[in-house]
Design a protein. Structure first.
Ligand code: C2E
Ligand code: CA
Ligand code: CA
Ligand code: CA
Length: 275
């Protein structure tokens, strides 16, 4: 504890200080990590909920730090956002995902997360067009996932950009559905191709009848609006069964497969072909 005169005392918690130092270190290392290829996607399988067929993968960024080991996106994406390196990070993940996915069978899709900072700061349409052209990955097999927060600060600009991306033939998913404030109004503002029900709802399925009612209504509404419904964070057979009965289309979660490195993806693909 340190006295700042006049009875004001600020306490420095040693663990807070450690967090602060780690954050500073990651921020400093980020640029080098990006150019060095230390940040790249893992892939989590997405399955058709009716027949269990593999339909695609979501690319999820991972940082393999030479000294600190594996670091998850919840830690470094916010750092990239504030230090404006999110544009480069987004370009890097999308490029690798498209290159990797060129080796997938042509019925397998790939989803990539797009952050708000990246979308509103950069010429995303130009970037995506360039990456599709240079990798040769077909736009109709790519989904970009955005959260509703993208609609909050500059809804008109956001809608214009999302429509431009759709014009390229890309699908657009509304991610983390149900965690924000006025989710329903965002359903009206844009013709989303896909809706991802957040894990927090999926977690409560099975023991909370209210969560079940909400999920059933959301699936009906989204289906009515022509959207595909993906449930994220499916961990149990019971959740899977409830979601299937609710009419949900696609399931993603530890029950079906963890995010995995690209060499393991090739094994998953072989297995799915053998089934
Ligand atoms: P998200 O887009 O909602 O991704 C789903 C997260 O849930 C992933 O965490 C995934 O590993 C985790 N997950 C999937 N199934 C299960 C499950 O059954 N149980 C549990 N407990 N967790 C599950 P991850 O990979 O740590 O990513 C966290 C968030 O970081 C993502 O949430 C996304 O918002 C962001 N993110 C990840 N990669 C990127 C990226 O390349 N760009 C941007 N802008 N954001 C990214
Ligand atoms: Ca996502
Ligand atoms: Ca989520
Ligand atoms: Ca549609």
């Amino acid at each position: 504890a340190k006295a700042l005169g006049k009875g004001i005392v600020v306490t420095f918690d040693p663990s807070m200080r450690k967090d602060f130092e780690r954050r500073g270190r990651l921020e400093t290392n980020l640029k080098h990590a990006l150019t060095n290829g230390d940040i790249f996607p893992f892939y989590q399988p997405q399955m058709d909920i009716r027949n269990g067929q593999l339909v695609g993968f979501e690319a999820l960024a991972r940082w393999k730090h030479s000294e600190l080991g594996w670091i998850g996106p919840n830690e470094f994406i916010p750092i990239a956002e504030t230090s404006s390196q999110i544009v480069e990070l987004g370009r890097c993940i999308l490029t690798t995902a498209c290159v990797d996915a060129m080796a997938f069978p042509d019925n397998i899709r790939v989803s990539v997360n797009l952050s708000v900072g990246q979308m509103l700061r950069d010429d995303v349409i130009g970037m995506v067009t360039g990456i599709l052209a240079s990798t040769g990955f077909p736009a109709h097999r790519l989904t970009l996932e955005v959260t509703e927060s993208v609609m909050m600060s500059e809804p008109e600009l956001a809608t214009r950009i999302l429509n431009g991306l759709k014009d390229l033939g890309i699908s657009i998913a509304l991610d983390d559905f149900g965690t924000g404030y006025s989710a329903l109004s965002y359903l009206r503002q844009f013709d989303w191709d896909e809706l991802k029900i957040d894990k927090s709802f999926v977690d409560d399925l099975g023991d909370d009848p209210r969560a079940l009612s909400i999920v059933e209504s959301v699936v009906d509404l989204a289906t009515e609006l022509g959207m595909k419904v993906v449930a994220e964070g499916v961990e149990t057979g019971a959740q899977h069964e409830i979601l299937r009965k609710s009419g949900c289309h696609i399931a993603q979660g530890y029950l079906l497969g963890r995010p995995q490195p690209i060499d393991q993806v090739h094994l998953t693909l072989l297995k799915s072909l053998a089934e």
